[in-house]
Every structure is written in C-alpha cells, then in structure tokens.
Design a protein around this ligand. Structure first.
Ligand SMILES: [Zn+2]
Length: 333
C-alpha cells in the first residue's frame, strides 16, 4: 500500500515536471469570429490605412492596447508604458516621404520558470495610409498578423489563468514603419528591451488571411520562411506543431536560398535573424489586392486565418514550455 502510494506520488511529481500540459484546450480559444471582429476594426476606414506616424495608425494602436487591457495582459514592467517610441529621424531616408514619430507597441505574458528568456511574436501594424482620397485598409497586410497576435495573447492568458502559463516569457511586438523599410523591427533590434542573447526566437506574421494564385484550389497552406536557417530545433518544432494540431500544407518555396523575390529579407523577422535569433516568417503570398485599396476585411478567409494563427500559437507554446531552450546550430544562410 505504502509503496503504491509512493509510486503514485513520484509519478505525479514526474508528470508535473514534464511539459505535460498540451495546448489543445487553448488552441480552441483562437476563433475565426474574434479575429473577424478585431480585423473589421483594425482595418476599418476609421483607421485611415494606418500610415506610419499618422493619427489613423495611432488610433489602431490604442485599440490594440485596449484589447490587451481587457484580457489582463500588461506592457513589460521594464518599460514605462505600452510604447517604444521610434523617432522620425530614425526612419528618415532620402527620397522617402518624411514620416512622423511613431511607436512600436509591446505586451508581455511573463514566464513562470524562465521569465528572462523571451519568445517574440511580431507583426507590423502600420500600412500605407491613403492615396488620392482612397483608404488602403491593409486587411491582409498586415491587419491579419496584427489581430492574430491579439488572439494568441488571449489563448496564453487563458492558459495562465488556469495555472498553465508559459514557462518562458512571450513578448507581443506590434512593430511600426514596416512598409517604409522595416523601421520598427530594426529599431527594436538595435534598442531591445530585453537582451538579445536571452531572446530565444521570433515568430513573425505578415499576411496570413488570404491565398495566392498558386493555391487557388486549396487554401490549406502557409508559406514558412526561415525556419531552418539558424536552428534545426525551430524547424522541427514548427513541423511537429503543424502535424499535431493544424495539418496545413507547409510550403517552403520562399525559403529557397535562390528565391528571386528575396522574401526572406522582406519582413520584420529579418531584423532578428540578422542578429542571430532563430526566426520564422508566416506568409500567404501575394495576390491581386496586395498594396491596393482593395485589400479589405471582407476578402479575408477567416477560417484559414484562424488555422494559421493556431499554428503560430502551437509553435510558440512548445518554444516557451520545452525544458531546453532551442539551440542555434546553423549559420543563418
Ligand atoms: Zn506587410
């Protein structure tokens, strides 16, 4: 009797020390309906195309903050508020329009065991504003990634409330100035709130609500770019998460080292990758409405947006909860 009890006790200790809690229950909280509600606001006309430094972008930023407050997620205690100011001078370029001061926005769910180790989940919340009186809503680019972050935060926060919060910290980073040259992410990578050596990975989302012409007949895919360039672990974890939870077709064509479009260098993850941080970029490819006034929320496939968001969440869950931090074992090329 005693022996059996003891075995049971040891077994429960063992189970508690494994990362035995699976993300299943929390994956389900990421919903197409909530993504849609958020996206109709973030990419609504009142946000005026969210051009960097302009009132519409700042209004969208306030909406994001209000949603974090609503679910009880705060900005990092290391920061004085929700904003990392990105000064106009930093973004100034010859031959480019002069931009106003702008802001990255950050929110954090602190890790329960290794809070100093940070998983960044990023998406740019700026778009190109208005031209000739037309609003460029940027629903896919990158309203889709922006609202995905809100849903992922909600799922992790629910897990935390249930006593299953992430072991490492998750930093939700809404970067600015992407459309004018990846400015916000570059600013963060040069002025990081947390030491880059403690930054485990960046999962970056830029356009995940649509499909491209190459997948006209089957939308059940996502392009993954960069997963294997710095860390074999990251690539494996991502594949495993998809196999277990989302079963999307993972398309690596833009991860080809000879990709003529050089997609790997064209979104915010690259500013992390170039500092040696394993980075993975989630992308649906281009389409007829890309950078046009017709990139509107009614054209988003919300079930697909939900599934891709769930893949990012499941991958982040494993990165945050596995006993060993992922290793950097490749040269980034
Ligand atoms: Zn974009």
């Amino acid at each position: 009797m005693k022996k059996t009890l003891m075995t049971g006790f040891l077994l429960s200790l063992f189970l508690a020390s494994c990362s035995s809690v699976k993300p299943n229950n929390y994956i389900k909280t990421i919903s197409a309906d909530d993504l849609k509600t958020h996206l109709y606001i973030v990419a609504g006309d009142e946000m005026e195309g969210r051009n960097t430094g302009e009132p519409g972008q700042k209004k969208a930023g306030r909406y994001l903050i209000s949603q974090y407050e609503k679910i009880g997620v705060s900005y990092p205690k290391e920061a004085k508020d929700w904003y990392q100011k990105v000064p106009a001078e930093f973004m100034a370029r010859p031959f480019s329009p002069k931009l106003g001061d702008s802001e990255n926005i950050w929110a954090i769910i602190e890790g329960s065991e290794k809070p100093e180790e940070i998983i960044v989940i990023s998406a740019h919340y700026d778009h190109v504003g208005m031209k000739n009186g037309e609003i460029y809503n940027g629903a896919d680019d990158d309203g889709s990634g922006t609202v995905a972050l809100l849903e992922i935060a909600k799922a992790f926060q629910q897990a935390k409330k249930d006593g299953h919060g992430p072991k490492r910290s998750i930093l939700f980073l809404h970067v600015t100035g992407e459309e004018h040259g990846l400015h916000g992410s570059r600013y963060y990578s040069e002025n990081p709130l947390f030491p880059l050596k403690n930054t485990v990975a960046d999962l970056n989302i830029d356009m995940i609500g649509r499909r491209d012409d190459k997948h006209k007949d089957n939308g059940n895919y996502v392009y993954l770019v960069g997963s294997d360039r710095l860390s074999t672990d990251l690539h494996k974890i991502s594949e495993e998460a998809n196999k277990n939870y989302t079963k999307l077709e993972l398309d690596y064509r833009y991860n080809d080292r000879n990709d003529p479009e050089r997609i790997y260098f064209r979104s915010d993850h690259y500013n992390f990758a170039k500092k040696g941080i394993p980075s993975l970029f989630y992308y649906n490819g281009s389409h007829a409405d890309y950078h046009k006034a017709t990139d509107t929320p009614d054209k988003i496939e919300y079930d697909l947006l939900q599934k891709r968001t769930q893949l990012v969440f499941a991958t982040a869950w494993e990165l945050a909860n596995r006993p060993e931090r992922i290793k950097v074992d490749r040269d980034g090329k």
